[in-house]
Write a protein that binds this ligand. Structure first.
Ligand code: SAM
Length: 346
């Protein structure tokens, strides 16, 4: 029999960690994938997932009661619609994001530092830093497995808006795209592949710079694009005529965001364009954010989501004007993603 999950309403349900962890354990053990290949009895599933029957049964009894997986008998469980989303090849990519051994869980643990970060005498710039003692970028630079996991994680998020960024902006007017903080280059590669007249530069720090170089080479785009391994707080390569910042500014507080925008404006010059791709948060009746992503950015980086007006103000402070806002992905992770086109004041 299939049961359906109940939306959390009470404090008990809102504060429960048993359910989220149980789901993540199922994701980590790839139970949905094992079931999809015919392992549905406890004996088969235990063997396929390398687990013992007692903890496996307790997990599946609980999850099936909450509406994830169906219970066929005390010894047999199966997939339902929700559990199908836990398969590794599901386009939503949830299994990977929930896997306890991957970066998604690593960054969620940063919430444990939020109390210290929130205190009036806090010294850490984010909850992540309060908990781990370093910022995420430094952690990635010293842990190759974590960096590879982050790369896969970010590429999945970026793909939400890629098609629209490739088609919405008039790339024919430009010759050279500089993707600033472009990660391993998911978006740059898509734009270059769709617009063969364009050259590209990707600005990144280690280890993303190395991953981007490798991906450009593997996609035979290394003749058209190079990687500038440097900080975006330093002067940027000035041979571009369009500069792109995708999901970068929300990692930083206002003064750092203006510094990054200013570097782009300075390099683009008065004939160039600066493009910002970010999420605009939903606002409540009082005009305040209720965004999941805002809380997440504050937790991870001490940054946050901003409204269009807040971006307009930062863009103006950096010597530019916001000319056009286009939606590139509606309803993405708690807010619509937009492409903000900016021109530099002469
Ligand atoms: C949230 S990710 C966005 C990546 C990419 N634009 C995307 O949308 O997939 C932010 C990126 O900023 C890069 N970054 C952080 N600090 C940097 C710095 N000081 N200079 C250049 N890049 C930096 C990180 O390595 C990371 O790849």
């Amino acid at each position: 029999m299939t049961t359906h999950p109940v939306a959390p309403r009470t404090l008990d349900e809102l504060s429960d960690l048993v359910t989220p962890y149980a789901v993540r354990i199922a994701a980590t053990l790839r139970l949905a994938d094992h079931m999809a290949t015919g392992h549905t009895t406890i004996g088969d599933l235990a063997e396929a997932s390398g687990t013992r029957p007692r903890p496996l049964t307790a997990l599946l009894e609980y999850l099936s009661r909450r509406g994830l997986f169906t219970r066929k008998s005390a010894q047999e469980y199966g997939l339902n619609e929700e559990a199908e989303r836990l398969r590794d090849d599901h386009p939503g990519g949830l299994r990977f994001r929930l896997d306890l051994t991957e970066v998604g869980s690593h960054v969620e643990t940063a919430h444990l530092g939020y109390v210290d970060f929130a205190r009036h005498d806090a010294t850490a710039a984010s909850a992540y830093e309060a908990h781990y003692g370093t910022d995420l970028w430094t952690a990635l630079a010293t842990d190759p497995a974590l960096a590879a996991s982050w790369d896969r994680f970010m590429s999945g998020v970026t793909r939400i808006a890629t098609d629209q960024v490739v088609t919405r902006f008039d790339w024919t007017r430009h010759k050279h795209l500089v993707d600033v903080g472009g990660g391993s280059g998911t978006l740059l590669r898509a734009v270059l592949a769709a617009h063969p007249h364009l050259a590209g530069t990707l600005v990144e720090i280690a280890p993303a710079a190395a991953a981007a170089r490798k991906a450009l080479r593997e996609n035979k785009l290394d003749q058209r694009a190079t990687v500038a391994e440097q900080s975006f707080f330093d002067a940027l390569p000035d041979d571009g005529d369009v500069y792109l910042l995708t999901q970068v500014l929300h990692d930083w507080d206002d003064s750092d965001a203006v510094r990054i925008l200013h570097r782009c404006a300075e390099a683009a010059g008065s004939d160039g364009r600066v493009l910002v791709v970010e999420r605009l948060p939903h606002l409540n009746a009082d005009g305040l954010q209720t965004s999941w992503m805002d809380l997440r950015m504050l937790t991870l980086f001490g940054g946050g989501e901003r409204t269009e007006e807040q971006y307009r103000t930062l863009i103006a402070e950096a010597g530019m004007s916001l000319d056009l806002t286009q939606v590139v992905s509606a309803g993405a992770l708690g807010g619509e993603m937009v492409l903000l086109e900016c021109s530099v004041h002469a």
